[in-house]
Write a protein that binds this ligand. Structure first.
Ligand SMILES: Cc1ncc(C[n+]2csc(CCOP(=O)(O)OP(=O)(O)O)c2C)c(N)n1
Length: 374
């Protein structure tokens, strides 16, 4: 690996782009037309889902929601770049990777209600999606622990002789956590098959990324851990797709981990509990709105004759109907069975828990109340 610093040609300091501003491609991403169209549909579905779920939260029907608006290209591209046997360890904004990998929408949305349709049985706060069927682990709310968890999983898969990889997502803020160092150091030493994806969305709640590190780029932190770093345009779905696909392929072949910095912007609030007008300038948001990942990809698809206004309108009404049906199904699901409280902890229930379970069964049912949020 070359240690020549600060050259725009260096992947750690430049910006990998495939989509040009004019709606063309600067290199062939090697993706067939049907997949390109599916990528756009997933971007549009995620944007629409976010808008609808934020409204649902504002109506008091769920306690919390974390928007991904502006950053959709990274989770969508990753979903397409991975194999079904790979594992995903998301942060707050990458839940939708599992939708791209085929997880049912109503079950996904039910996580926000934590009811009987929720595969997590209501044990997580809203927007902490996961699904065993798609190898996606739940985010823990703490900033950082998913990064070493991904390394451990990757290493276990390697020990089992598999060629699957693990992807760890985290924000720019998480790079200041000890878990970031522990995970990248170990992965570098072990050559674990991990792809680290740092979503540099320029803010960690109210802390700008300029105050997060004195390093010239987040990707350049890879130097210290002896692994390649790639700085990619996070609003360019094809660039992220190429970066993750190539890093995953290298990891599969025993080449070890890669640190990808996806340069993007959080258009919305940090979460439904946040008011970003208190700490950032709206002009900055307006400037990033012009680089919207959906607009850029749509311009390319239109230029190549794969999309037009009629298709856009038909796609949007189909997505609206799909999301409306999923939300209705999720909200109508019954509450989680009380007895499930004791599931999934021990292979064989110990006597004291059995006693508690029996006592609970005899107790009257408490009235339901709303889940809170932070
Ligand atoms: C260990 C820990 N410290 C602080 C927090 C409070 N907190 C929640 S989100 C957040 C900012 C995270 O920023 P970043 O990693 O850049 O991800 P983003 O939210 O921008 O996607 C903080 C400080 C927390 N959840 N866990």
């Amino acid at each position: 690996m070359s240690l020549t610093l600060a050259s725009a040609d260096d992947p750690m300091f430049g910006l990998l782009r495939v989509l040009t501003d004019e709606g063309d491609v600067s290199r062939d991403p090697n993706v067939d037309d049907a997949t390109l169209k599916r990528m756009y549909r997933e971007l549009r579905r995620l944007r629409t889902l976010d808008e609808k779920m934020l409204i649902v939260q504002r109506q008091g029907r769920i306690g919390f929601y974390g928007e991904v608006k502006g950053q959709e290209a990274t989770p969508v591209a990753t979903g397409f770049a991975l194999r079904a046997d790979d594992w995903v360890f998301p942060g707050l904004r990458e839940g939708a990777v599992m939708l791209v990998r085929g997880f049912p929408l109503a079950t996904y949305v039910a996580q926000c209600w934590g009811n009987g349709l929720d595969v997590q049985k209501g044990r997580q706060m809203p927007s902490h999606f996961s699904g065993r069927s798609v190898n996606q682990v739940s985010w823990s709310s703490c900033i950082g622990p998913q990064i070493p968890q991904a390394v451990g999983t990757a290493w276990a898969m390697r020990k089992q002789g598999k060629d699957s990889v693990a992807v760890a997502f985290f924000g720019d803020g998480a790079t200041s956590q000890p878990d970031f160092h522990n995970a990248l150091n170990l992965a570098g030493v072990w050559k674990a098959p991990v792809v680290f994806v740092c979503q540099n969305n320029h803010w960690a709640i109210s802390i700008p990324s300029s105050q997060q590190t004195a390093a010239p780029t987040f990707a350049s932190k890879a130097i210290a851990y002896g692994m390649p770093g790639v700085r990619v345009d996070g609003n360019d779905v094809l660039a992220v797709y190429c970066a993750v696909r190539d890093a995953a392929e290298r990891a599969r072949q025993g080449g070890g981990p890669t640190l990808i910095e996806s340069v993007t912007y959080r258009i919305g609030a940090h979460s439904s509990s946040d008011d970003p007008t208190r700490y950032r300038d709206q002009a900055e948001v307006e400037a990033w709105l012009k680089k919207d990942p959906l607009d850029r990809f749509r311009r390319f698809l239109v230029a190549y004759g794969l999309h037009d206004e009629a298709r856009e309108a038909a796609m949007q009404s189909e997505i609206d109907a799909e999301i409306r049906a999923a939300i209705a199904e999720a909200e109508a699901a019954p509450a989680v069975e009380r007895a499930t409280l004791f599931d999934d902890v021990y292979a064989e229930q110990p006597w004291h828990l059995r006693e508690q379970a029996e006592a609970m069964e005899r107790a009257p049912v408490a009235p339901a109340h709303d889940a809170g949020g932070h």
